[in-house]
Design a protein around this ligand. Structure first.
Ligand SMILES: [Zn+2]
Length: 132
């Protein structure tokens, strides 16, 4: 054995075994037809990836709908709900306005806003822009 840290003829054992996406890539790189376990592993990986993309698109659409006032904030995942409240807070909206718009209780809006380290916006003196 030489000093390269590998174990001679066992080097290939360090590679991912057949039945994994990495092994599918290895077949592919060598111009081989993948074995069935590798093809199955690759298909499962691609299927999971597509499902994730679909899920992400749905989540994004739901967020946009909530931002447009079409969905209540409670339809969103926790992180998305925090983002929504931060975004509306960034428009200088008060907790009451955010609560009405997102169909969330004043208590919940204030609790989330506090958790985000944001202080409550004061009501504006003239309130022409907000029509429910
Ligand atoms: Zn294989």
């Amino acid at each position: 054995m030489t000093g390269n840290g590998m174990r001679g003829k066992y080097r290939r054992d360090n590679l991912e075994p057949c039945g994994t996406p990495a092994a599918w890539r290895r077949h592919h790189a060598r111009g081989e037809y993948p074995c069935i376990p590798c093809a199955d592993a690759w298909n499962a990986r691609c299927h999971a990836y597509r499902a994730e993309r679909i899920q992400a698109r749905r989540r994004c659409a739901l967020y946009r709908d909530a931002l447009d006032g079409l969905e209540p904030a409670e339809a969103l995942a926790t992180r998305d709900r925090e983002n929504l409240i931060a975004e509306l807070h960034g428009r200088r909206w008060t907790d009451v306005e955010i609560g009405e718009y997102t169909r969330t209780t004043l208590y919940t809006v204030a609790r989330i806003r506090d958790r985000l380290g944001l202080s409550a916006n004061r009501p504006r003196r003239v309130d022409l822009g907000q029509v429910a």
